[in-house]
Design a protein around this ligand. Sequence first.
Ligand SMILES: Cc1ncc(COP(=O)(O)O)c(C=O)c1O
Length: 402
Amino acid sequence: MFQLNRHSDYRKNLDPVDATSLGMAAAEDAEAYLAWRGNAAPTPLRSLPALATELDLGAIHVKDEGSRLGLGSFKALGGSYAVVRLVLEEASRQLGRNVAMNELHSPEVRAIAGEMTVACATDGNHGRSVAQGAQLVGAKSAIFVHAGVSEERVGAIARFGALMVRVKGTYDDSVAEAARVASEKGWTVVSDTSWPGYERVPALVMRGYTVMVREALRQLPAPPTHVFVQAGVGGVAAAVGGHLSLVLGAARPTFVVVDPARAACLFESARAGRVVKVEHGKPTVMAMLECYEPSLIAWRVLYRVADAFMTVEEEDAIDAMNRLARPQGKDPAIAAGESGGAGLAGVLRAAADPEIREALDLSELSRVFVINTEGPTDAARYHQLVGMRPEGVIGAGDLAGA
Ligand SMILES: Cc1ncc(COP(=O)(O)O)c(C=O)c1O
């Protein structure tokens, strides 16, 4: 399914709060955080000329987040950055002065962090980031996972010293339980989604994601004409689309939000013109995108900056993973997790459909940009869907932590 954005605020300026939190100064602060970690190496940008030719497009570039900070996904940028910012805020409050990033390892700041516990619910990737951020600054973390999160993903979070809490039911149940326990115990909820009255922390998480855009704009030979980003609650799509619109203005690319058909909360919200919670149906293979209600801030950004919303099917996501693993011609192979290739799945669908091509003005001149948002974070699942082990995918790069 495909629809153009018909919201009455389409193409209007961002809400000033969002413009500040996703603008250049904010992105530079997030980049400074990476530099502080001493791990500022950009993730690779891969060009797929053979696939572009097959799809009658000018170029396809994939930002490959599989190696990000050893965590296997772009989520490494958001949760950990938010944790660090929250610790700095608390330390500034307690010490009565502005505490800078380079003081994070000082005994007095670590003592303050040591008294803090950050909590979140996760399908996997966000929890890893929050737990890693907490470990880095000496805070404690409690990560809530629902019944569907694989043991492999739980283990990958626990290795950062997080207290793991299994919750019966779905992701929504784990969100509710994390909020309940956190308020009982005085912990800070570091969620990647926002709701009425809870915006500041998820805005920090989204700010962390803007790092990808900064890097990509430096790596790309020319700015993209089209960008397709997959959505769970919409945080990453809003961070990418919002930052691009702020820094490129009228020259910004056509921006498309891609939802799994089985959890199409952004698509349905766009259709309704307001935030919509969709019914739970069958689970989607795009496990990290299985979200039934958009993030409030993400929606506020996307109804202004997204040009179109579309859905992809289960087989589209699996096809994208397989095409990335076994590329044509001299295109490099990329190991993409189930949710990682969903943006490309949107491109494959759009490029093959004459009506969508026309609606988006996709042509042999288009320079398309997508993000492989995760590497094979569940290796067993990857093997099942692609028929290869992640390490067998030539050119998959650094799979550390995947
Ligand atoms: C690999 C991957 N891709 C995309 C997303 C979607 O991000 P958002 O929920 O911010 O839309 C997620 C969310 O967890 C993810 O883990």
